[in-house]
Design a protein around this ligand. Structure first.
Ligand SMILES: C[S@@+](CC[C@H](N)C(=O)[O-])C[C@H]1O[C@@H](n2cnc3c(N)ncnc32)[C@H](O)[C@@H]1O
Length: 230
């Protein structure tokens, strides 16, 4: 073996040894298990406790919810809605009010209001009952009817839009509402992972330089979070 070959061989052995030591060191570092991150929402007030109790009851009984968002989706939307100090939230697709209750938690803090649209009168009635039981009916207006028509009436700025009705209708709702979303406002869109979202909506929120979109919680139904830039 030449001197040069011997040196190359020694260098390779040294590198392999260093990689082994680093890998072992990483393995030794304590890691948080998935369970360390699990946490249930905690009530800070009696009012919040009342809402969380209704949410829990609905969460534990699928018959009380109709195609509602997951708890993770609801919490994330509450967190972001509260963080931007939203005063005016518009939801398309009320169902029985599960997501509406998450918005109500934020709006109780921000002093804002939710207008939510539902085409099915029976579901709208159940939602209203749930809002009343949770003590947040003063924050929420339920509009019964086809939201494609109803949203035409809006003229005031909106802080947060949540799309969760007919999936092929998202692009129409976006086209009708985007100009009203205030700079710094958010558009949430449910079902970005399943069922397969409308490619026209995805294109509209990812190819417009006025917007910045992330797709979150995609191991569940998926939530699109779109910022209308300032
Ligand atoms: C997926 S559910 C909404 C779930 C709700 N956001 C939640 O997480 O609790 C969709 C709802 O949109 C309603 N919907 C469908 N098309 C609509 C339309 N054109 N206008 C208003 N509501 C509509 C349906 O009746 C259904 O209750």
């Amino acid at each position: 073996m030449s001197k040069r070959t011997a040196m190359s061989f020694a260098a390779v052995v040294l590198l392999a040894f260093a990689a082994l030591v680093i890998a072992q060191e990483r393995g030794r570092r304590p890691r948080a298990g998935a369970s360390s991150f699990e946490n249930t929402p905690l009530a800070r007030s009696q009012a919040e406790k009342k809402v969380l109790a209704v949410l829990e009851e609905m969460g534990n009984d699928r018959s009380r919810r109709y195609l509602s968002v997951s708890q993770s989706d609801g919490r994330l939307m509450r967190q972001l809605t509260e963080a931007i100090g939203a005063k005016r939230v518009v939801e398309i697709g009320t169902s029985t009010g599960y997501s509406g209750l998450w918005f109500a938690l934020a709006l109780r803090s921000t002093g804002g209001k939710l207008t939510t649209h539902e085409i099915d009168p029976g579901r709208a009635k159940t939602a209203q009952e749930n809002f009343k039981r949770a003590g947040v009916d003063d924050l929420i207006t339920v509009v019964v009817g086809d939201a494609h028509e109803a949203v035409r009436k809006y003229t005031e700025p909106i802080d947060v839009v949540f799309l969760d009705a007919d999936k092929e209708g998202y692009i129409d709702y976006l086209n009708k509402l985007l100009s009203l979303v205030r700079p710094g406002g958010l558009i949430f869109a449910h079902n970005m992972s399943r069922p397969t979202p409308d490619p026209r909506y995805i294109e509209a929120v990812t190819k417009n330089p006025q917007l910045d979109t992330s797709f979150l919680l995609m191991d569940g139904s998926g939530l699109g979070v779109t910022l209308k830039k300032r």
